[in-house]
Design a binder for this molecule. Sequence first.
Ligand code: FAD
Length: 396
Amino acid sequence: MDFNPDLGLEAFRQEVREFLQQLPKELTGRPRSTRSAPADVKRWQKNLHARGWGAPYWAEADGGTGWSVQQMLAFDEECAAIGTPTQDGFLHKLLGPVLNEFATPEQKAQHLPASLAGERLWCQGFSEPGSGSDLASLRTRAELDGDHYVVNGQKIWTSYAHESDWIFLLVRTDTNVKKQAGISFLLVDMKTPGITVRPIRSIDDFHHLNETFFDNVRVPVGNRVGEEGQGWTITKFLLNNEHASTAELPSLKRYLREIHRLADTQRVDGERLRERPEFALKLARLEAELLAIDMMVQRVAALEMQHHPDALPLGSMLKIRGTELQQKLTEFHVEALGDCGAVAYPHPELDTEVQLPGQEVGRGFANDMFFRRASTIYGGTSEVQRGIIARLLFQL
Ligand SMILES: Cc1cc2nc3c(=O)[nH]c(=O)nc-3n(C[C@H](O)[C@H](O)[C@H](O)COP(=O)(O)OP(=O)(O)OC[C@H]3O[C@@H](n4cnc5c(N)ncnc54)[C@H](O)[C@@H]3O)c2cc1C
């Protein structure tokens, strides 16, 4: 991995900045950790699409930009710095690569243009009560009835199901074979009769999680991606694609920038935080950790692009280190707020008139800190990642 600065990258950054500076005001100044409101995600996607950057992370042959890893990372960083809405990560990082690899030409034509044009948002229906880490034990059934599957069961922790147009779903199509071999991958329109979405309100005072119920939901067989029983192969492909992004490097950098801002603006006994040795030392340590993660992200992303086997254990290490740093930085935010850190302000997305002391500076920090408790759970828990590292590196 070559860590030398790429001179062409600065020119690329400048091109991205020029594009971002022309965006309407409403599409900037809103950095967040969870997915932005659906209308904003769609509008942002439309803007990217119009610029020819609708699929920033895909190869040119798949209708993407064909950017290098460094360009993708620079693009993400510039977007986070100006505070664009988030993208539909399920489309860009998970489903898109699956469709490019496994879907029929008809399926691609049905979903890719509409999704990239910002007309269709996706959610992921994998986890079930009792089937999270042990995903292959999932029980949601899909039984053939003519040219349709009839789906019955329950998914849980379905992020943004209440705001999504379609869901990609793992279902059991065969109970008589090894559990991994009986799973299939379906695309389901969320408007199909028989789907019920119930909210789960999380500790960050926001609604992004759901329970999703399927009650005799009829799904055309043509909506199955890959062969019947190929769902587990597709799932492994999908999960292996997301390692480099799990650290959420742009968010880490945003958190650090905000801490630097607080270090200059917050005072204790008349002294700026930055001047207090204990605070300055902690900040320097976290900054060093972030630099190390930055290098690791580049390394993992480069290995992933080469389909190198080392991407797997390194990706798991990155998931652990990156998500732990998300937690440390957001906790440090709240600490840096002093007394104001003890207040749970209304969520920044809520249009509320409440004016509390410190609201302007502290809004969103506690929400982010609480939300980040989940980082070491979603996308594969830290314990499961440690198991993967042990298995792959130590042949356990
Ligand atoms: C904020 C958030 C968003 C999510 N979004 C989605 C989504 O959009 N779609 C979706 O399908 N799912 C989603 N999930 C679900 C997520 O993938 C699961 O929560 C995760 O895989 C863990 O599964 P579980 O909750 O069933 O916990 P379990 O698997 O039951 O784990 C419970 C505990 O046991 C430990 N454990 C389990 N197995 C092992 C093992 N083999 N070795 C060591 N320890 C182990 C775990 O580390 C954990 O501490 C989301 C979760 C969260 C928190």
